[in-house]
Design a protein. Sequence first.
Length: 612
Amino acid sequence: MKKLFFIFTLWLMAYSLHATPLLHNVFNRQAVSLNGKWHYIVDPYENGYYNYRRSAYDTWGPNLNPGVTAYFQNAKARDKSERCEYNFEKAETMTIPSSWSTQEEKLFWYEGVVWFQRNFKHVKKEAHRTYLYFGAVNYEAHVYVNGKKVGIHIGGFTPFNFDITDFLNENGENFVIVKVDNSRKAEAVPTLSTDWWNHGGITREVKLIDVPEVHIKDYRFKLDNKDLNQVLAEIKVNGVNKATAVEVAIPALKWKETINTNAEGFASFTFKNKKLKLWTPEEPHLYEVSLKVGQDQLRDKIGFRSITTRDGQILLNGSPYQLKGISVHEENPIGGRRNYSETDARQIFQWAKDLNANFLRLAHYPHNEYMPRLADELGFLLWEEIPVYWTIQWENPETLANAQQQLSEVIFRDKNRASVIIWSVANETPVSDERTKFLTNLTKTVRTLDDSRLISAAMEVSQHHSSGAKVIDDPFGEVVDIISFNQYHGWYGGDIDDFKDIKWQIKYNKPVIVSEWGGGALAGYHADAETIWSEEFQANLYKKTLEGIDNIPNLAGFTPWVLCDFRSPRRPLADIQDMWNRKGIIGEGGLKKQAFYILSNYYKAKTDNPSQ
Ligand code: GCB
């Protein structure tokens, strides 16, 4: 109990010490973009942060000014005799957002610290707060405005913001410096080894947002699982200390109400409407919702749907629903860079549409916000995940706090997205008491923050020693809503011709998703189906897997591994892999492999004849 309390306190501390609690729906707020050219200095020894005794300059306090030595000061030699050993103005530039590995050839393999700097003009507005927002920085960001530290954020795939009002200069001339560190660490989330590229940098958009002192901080609208005519809603207003009126409207429903918050700016309410058009992938109906408090006005487009389970099935709006899925990394096969833009997201959904899919597993970390936003609009269901991958330090309370924070941040960002139906808390983690306790703690975080979605994790399969049956009996299965597992029969062992004869023993009567299956092929390499790495080999693996996959009990769908080839340092085989994981059904350069068409035909047949 004591330990739990300690962990909870750590988590709260992580929250309050690091980024200012997030503003919800930054996406739809008027913002000044700080994307574009930033100067950068590569700093493998952290020379700009520590002195020669390894004492961090930004912990020295006002009386021990590091002078021109600390990079976050953005110093320049003031006269011809002054020694200053860096100069951002003269340093090279890089376009933000980006991953430095794919922006700068010389940084392809680099893992460590890079400092980024840019100037910006911003005139303070009377009775307003200014927030500095980052869509994501991989992995650890120390942010300084005009030479002063505004905060730290840890975790490479979730948004954060700082209230920088009090750091801004009266003359409107400002600079921001970010120390970005993507060194892999054993205690981090993810930990030392993964099967994807450790893309360092300011990898998502940077924005400045002015909001009136009294502003909408957060809100949530969700359909009541128990009454599909009823919406449950909550609002949080910042900057008030008395009951405050918020105007809320959904014009298409001709619904408008003034809601009064309590003295802390919080209100919860419900409304009913028999004519509510529910959101589905086939008809992704979104309602415009508007919120207004004082001078602050914010809009969103929200879909209403329920997602539940019953008797081993997934129910969307109360009816059984089959998922036709594919796993996706946040990487572009054309160039192997990180995806970050609306255009990138539209490309992924176009491919998913060509595949006749209705479900994407966003592996293995939260993807950028364009993905859930467009999924809402275009009609795709999403599985979102945090990078609790393989072997995390299960007994380290800081690691747990870190994972909880990343989970909380993605839930916070996407809680109003109808497309998001599953929170996955882990991938292929080895069964032990400590690990199950860790993951169970994560599910508690989810249930506290969001009781309107399903929980899962990609688990592993074992083989029964005598019968040879494939067994899924992970004790974590007790805790989740959906049993998901990765299996690679025909690739990491097993003869694909035997796939249809496998006996599946799943301990839990819950819906099942096969969260990964597949094999590698080099796009354009043709041979017979026995020849590994050929498109024919991969196509045959897909064909045989699809012939036998319906033998899996309670199968609600699957997400083969993976839509596109992606970069990975674990894949050095020359002339075939060349540092790419080749399990994509779309190859490097965007070329569809044969397996793509096998899966798309299979999904088309399922769509045309769901009972097939
Ligand atoms: C897995 C992992 C995934 C890897 C994949 C592979 O089981 O979950 O991250 O990329 O296998 O290609 O081996």
